[in-house]
Design a protein around this ligand. Structure first.
Ligand SMILES: C[S@@+](CC[C@H](N)C(=O)[O-])C[C@H]1O[C@@H](n2cnc3c(N)ncnc32)[C@H](O)[C@@H]1O
Length: 252
């Protein structure tokens, strides 16, 4: 994917065919472990102790959008900040598998507190699903790990930011992610109605709109008129759960 004429813009990419290709009520059947995780009331970490920290999981709607974006754009390399209990990581890894890719650790998941606070639950989910070959877990603060990855010159086609939700951390994540995202790639912010996340999104909209074009999430969601109206109202008032930007060119 790239920004120039050889490559379509986001609306070209998705509008025409999205409606017919996207099943709004897509289930999580593509990954039984993911389905089980979202049906559970508790999750068991490495120590064998159950804990009830499932509220940190991405919403199923987010996973649907991520899944559709992955299947549609066929990214080679992806990255997420925030492994948590592994909801999004399972979606990324299973989608790389379903795209017919051999396991090459093509999804990097950064999480500073995976062992200490999450009892390795996300890593365990990935292992149990037989998807470890697709996921490269980096247990480190995102500000340090993203800097290291940026220095290595790697680029990613889709990056999901769902780590710390404090302004300075989200801004720092985006500072590196704006470079780490390949031209033509996508940046997704979870919890984009949270005040600190909104500040970063507003910064991008005001200062980087030449390079980062905001995309309508509804392209990957239910297509009914009420659903669209609800989405546009939420967008107007910064109440959307997920915000997507398409990187169309390198920032100056
Ligand atoms: C909301 S959870 C992620 C949920 C996950 N994306 C999912 O779908 O299940 C947020 C995660 O970010 C991690 N985290 C928080 N602050 C971080 C930071 N500064 N650097 C790296 N990871 C961080 C936490 O340990 C936690 O696991």
């Amino acid at each position: 994917m790239a920004e120039n004429q050889a490559n379509p813009g986001p609306e070209d990419c998705f509008c025409s065919s999205a409606g017919s290709q996207i099943a709004p009520n897509m289930s999580l059947d593509f990954c039984p472990s993911l389905k089980a995780l979202y049906s559970a009331t508790e999750v068991v970490g490495r120590s064998g102790n159950p804990f009830f920290g499932l509220s940190g999981l991405s919403t199923i709607n987010n996973l649907r959008v991520i899944r559709q974006l992955l299947l549609k754009t066929k990214p080679r390399k992806t990255l997420e900040v925030g492994l948590g209990c592994g909801g999004s990581a399972l979606t990324f890894a299973a989608s790389h598998r379903d795209l017919g890719r051999p396991p090459q650790k093509q999804h990097i998941a950064i999480d500073a507190f995976q062992t200490r606070l999450y009892d390795d639950a996300g890593r365990l989910q990935v292992e149990k699903a037989g998807l470890s070959g697709y996921v490269d877990i980096r247990e480190c603060l995102s500000c340090y790990e993203l800097a290291r990855i940026a220095e290595s010159g790697q680029r990613f086609d889709l990056i999901y930011i769902d780590g710390s939700h404090r302004f300075e951390d989200v801004f720092c994540d985006f500072y590196f992610v704006r470079t780490l995202t390949a031209v033509g790639g996508f940046v997704l912010f979870d919890d984009s109605s949270e005040k600190d996340v909104v500040r970063v999104i507003t910064y991008i909209q005001k200062n980087l709109s030449d390079s980062f074009e905001q995309m309508s999430v509804h392209l990957f969601r239910e297509n009914s008129l009420p659903a669209k109206i609800k989405y546009f109202a939420a967008k107007t008032f910064h109440k959307t759960q997920l915000t997507i930007f398409h990187k169309i060119k390198e920032p100056q």
